[in-house]
Design a protein around this ligand. Structure first.
Ligand code: SF4
Length: 348
């Protein structure tokens, strides 16, 4: 394999990852990329490489052929295949604050000669613990944490462009739910090139400002991990449903103003308990005037259990959608979404 690999990313705007394998560090979930960039490496979110591939379903097949069980989350299998296909040799793996499937995958990688650097989010959101983890990661990548703090100031400015894209989605109705999803989800690694990412985001903002307001009948929130199915947003759009809140994707963009890396990653809700998520979700539901929620759950994911608590603490209509592999929505999923959208319109 060449040391430089080009991975094209299609979706609704053209982008590409230019991966220099020697400098790439794969990530399986959001970690403090400020440290990675400051150390001169390129963070590559393996989820994005997987789902933006021309044939993500074939990548899941590949992982199953290599021995990953059929009844395991397809995101995990996609991460495995994306790592093998890109030839990435170093990964930062979250061993506390992500999921046991990914934890087992990291052990799988270690047996295949991939260097795994561990990172933990503290279960009890203890700031001292998290600070020590940041120091430790910086030390492993041979930099001082001060250098990463400096990088935070640079990335804060880049992320601000995505916060504006988010605002233009729910407040000005100028950005579609799918565009919002793509820009927010891409902030997990800033496409491996934060300068290029910022340039594309600024161009997008200019284009959007000249648009008329989009006209929709219903406002929807999307919560849960990003969808593995490819046409959920376009299908909702066709039903006149505007997705004005992408919960987890927005978290990747670090939406709160913070002054230190420790504060930034303590406020980030994804690795922490569901009640912490729910606090954030409830504030946004009110602010964004949301009529109903789709709670997306990935097949074979432990997070499915949270559906019960979400229904217990959030008092607006919720549709729970379960999806297994990449591809288009099934006929029965479409019927359920149509019925839900119709119900939301009727109770408005
Ligand atoms: S969807 Fe669930 S099981 Fe799959 S990688 Fe994400 S947290 Fe883990």
């Amino acid at each position: 394999m060449n040391s430089t690999n080009l991975v094209n990313v299609g979706m609704s705007f053209p982008m590409s990852y230019r991966i220099s394998v020697d400098k790439a560090i794969g990530i399986t979930t959001t970690i403090p990329i400020e440290i990675v960039y400051a150390a001169g490496y390129t963070p590559i979110d393996l989820n994005n490489i997987f789902i933006c591939n021309d044939g993500p379903d074939a990548l899941v097949d590949y992982a199953e052929l290599k021995g990953l069980p059929r009844n395991t989350c397809a995101w995990v299998k996609g991460i495995y295949a994306a790592t093998k296909k890109t030839g990435i040799k170093k990964i930062i793996g979250v061993i506390q604050g992500d999921c046991s499937n990914n934890h087992a995958l990291l052990e799988f990688f270690q047996t295949e000669g991939i260097d795994v650097i561990p990172f933990s989010y503290p279960h009890d959101r203890d700031k001292d613990f998290l600070h020590k983890q940041l120091v430790s990661l910086a030390k492993i990548l041979e930099i001082n944490l001060d250098k990463a703090h400096h990088m935070k100031l640079t990335l804060d400015k880049v992320r601000k462009t995505v916060h504006e894209i988010d605002r233009l989605t729910w407040e000005d109705n100028k950005v579609t739910g799918e565009e919002n999803h793509i820009w927010n989800v891409s902030t997990s690694d800033l496409m491996g090139d934060y300068g290029f990412f910022e340039k594309k985001a600024i161009e997008f903002l200019e284009e959007v400002k000249a648009r008329p307001r989009l006209d929709y009948e219903t406002r929807l929130g999307y919560i849960g991990v990003p969808p593995i199915c490819s046409d959920l947003y376009s299908f909702l759009d066709g039903l006149g449903v505007h997705v004005v809140f992408n919960e987890v994707q927005r978290q990747f963009s670090m939406p709160y103003k913070t002054h230190t890396l420790t504060d930034q990653y303590i406020r980030y809700t994804y690795p922490f308990d569901i009640l912490y998520h729910i606090d954030d979700i409830k504030k946004e539901l009110e602010k964004r005037k949301i009529d109903g929620i789709i709670h997306y759950v990935q097949s074979f994911c432990h997070r499915q259990i949270y559906d019960r608590l979400i229904r217990k603490y959030i008092d607006i209509p919720i549709l729970t959608l379960d999806c297994d592999r990449p591809g288009q929505l099934s006929g029965s999923m479409r019927t359920r979404i149509e019925a839900f959208a119709e119900m939301l319109k009727n109770i408005r």
